[in-house]
Design a protein around this ligand. Structure first.
Ligand code: SF4
Ligand code: SF4
Length: 94
């Protein structure tokens, strides 16, 4: 059986995106003062990016692993909760 790459495995997951209620919300003013921005390299889905010192984030595609909440050094920067019922990731293991 051929081994699949991480990108291929992530690609077969299904997401029900809740357009009305984000399950992760950032306080960008707090993020602006965060020097290392560990979320940009710790999120396994690569949902945090930095451009010109400003953080950009999209909750669609979130694996609900909680890593960003764990590595974030700034209290109050991330408001994190699981998606509402019926929304979020549906893992499909290939
Ligand atoms: S680690 Fe936390 S405070 Fe720093 S940029 Fe990411 S979300 Fe913002
Ligand atoms: S919970 Fe996991 S996948 Fe979702 S944004 Fe945070 S680190 Fe990325």
């Amino acid at each position: 059986m051929k081994r699949m790459s991480i990108e291929q495995l992530l690609g077969i997951n299904k997401f029900a995106v809740d357009d009305d209620e984000a399950h992760i919300i950032l306080k960008k003013d707090i993020c602006a003062a965060c020097m290392d921005k560990p979320c940009t390299f710790a999120c396994p889905a690569g949902l945090y990016t930095e451009k010109d010192g400003e953080i950009s984030f999209d909750y669609a595609g979130c694996l609900e692993c909680g890593t960003c909440r764990t590595v974030c050094p700034k209290e109050g920067a991330i408001s994190w909760q699981y998606p509402r019922g019926g929304f979020g990731i549906n893992f499909r293991y290939g």
